[in-house]
Design a protein around this ligand. Sequence first.
Ligand code: NFE
Length: 503
Amino acid sequence: MRIAIDPVTRIEGHLSISLDIEDGRVKAAYCGGTMFRGFEAILQGRDPLDAIQITQRICGVCPADHAVASSLCVETALGITPPDNGRLLRNLVLGASFVQSHILHFYQLAALDFVDVAAVLKYEGKDQQLLALRGWAKAEVESNKPNAVGPFLPRFAGDYIADLDTNLGATKHYLQALHMHRLGLEMQAIFGGKAPHISGLVPGGVAKVPSVDTVEAFRSRLHEIKAFIADAYLPDVVSVAQAYPQYFDVGRGPGNLLSYGVFPEDNSRKKPLLAGGLYRNGSVSPLDPSKIKEDAKYSWASPASGLHPSAGQTAATPNKPDAYSWVKAPRYDGLVVEVGPLARVLITHTSGTNPALSSLVNASLRQLDKTPEALFSVMGRHLARALECKIIADACEAWLDQLKIGVPASARDYRIPESGQGFGLSEAARGALGHWMGISKRVISQYSCVVPTTWNCSPRDDQGQPGAVEQALTGVVIADKDNPIEAVRVVRAYDPCLACAVH
Ligand code: NFE
């Protein structure tokens, strides 16, 4: 029997999931990106400097992340690097982007798979925000209008948390998380000019010169967010993990992890806060970006298959016989890999390059009585994302302290070459983000983005290997085919962004 979840809600963009179910288990899963965008085609013939602005429009959630990858891409083509202040301001803008994205993902998107937000109808206390939410929800329920109580209903029936206080506490944090999201955007705007879609990232650094005012404006917001991570986000993730220990055994995925490394601590980019590499069978090896290829046998997004991103092609080919997605299928050395917080955390932990991260990972696993292997799961992905969020927020404080007040943050002198190549390998909140660019006659001749959700939500490759999320879904028990909540829990733990994936 085949069931379809189309669209999958509470993610970014348009994703369909088809599941072949046999004896109550998923036998095969298919991820479909259901929309074409074509940013890589739009970029051709444009000024290379425009790429930093145009690629940000791929997404409303992670524009800063694209701006950083695109800046690095332009910089390698131009042969320039930012001064220390530029690197630090970029880390701060990107750090604010990650932190707000992770909090938004947990509270606004994923936690509603576990928390029973309908419990607010039973609220009897004095909290003004919860009373306002209760009043709104009651009026919606009584209105009998179609789609009442959206975005909370309709939802799949399932084993939601039963404890009233846990549900009310998490619902309160849902409302506070909206404020954290705003603070995270304001922090990006303080150094990036505006948000979303920041204007201040330029080749060679950041246009803003840090002042005492901007540093302290960023810091005061950071302190609010750090308190929320410590008092709400981390404890809530642990509570959900303790309430659903079985989800440490669901959604393993391919087991191979990839990260480019991110948040450089010096200008060599060899010492990032979060390490890069390929995790395979318990050990980490260095990456060789020439081994990245994008297959397209099952994708409508490209007429050609198996190309390195520096030669990538994007053109709508809607009549391909076997295709079922607008997402391409990137592979590393032929391997299906998972990218994202789990990849960054396990690669950094295994590499031993960040003692603060390793002690946080060890303490959390001890608290939950789990081994690192258990992180390959629905709950492991939520936990890794929350732990990374704390590490990045803490690092932002250190980067603020390293800024030199009044000192410019961008390289001044550069010229666009007649021809050239660039690449920018960075990380977005959702995982490894690569931009590749060719320049000819001083304009962009070719541009490719290989984006986190392109890796995670890819369709099958030319060898027929299912993508990472397709593998994570395979074997999952679906108790009620009309309410496949187990499947959406697996998908949402990856925090997919299909707008990015199809770009
Ligand atoms: Ni549209 Fe994005 C992030 C990027 S994900 S959210 O994070 O790049 O594919």
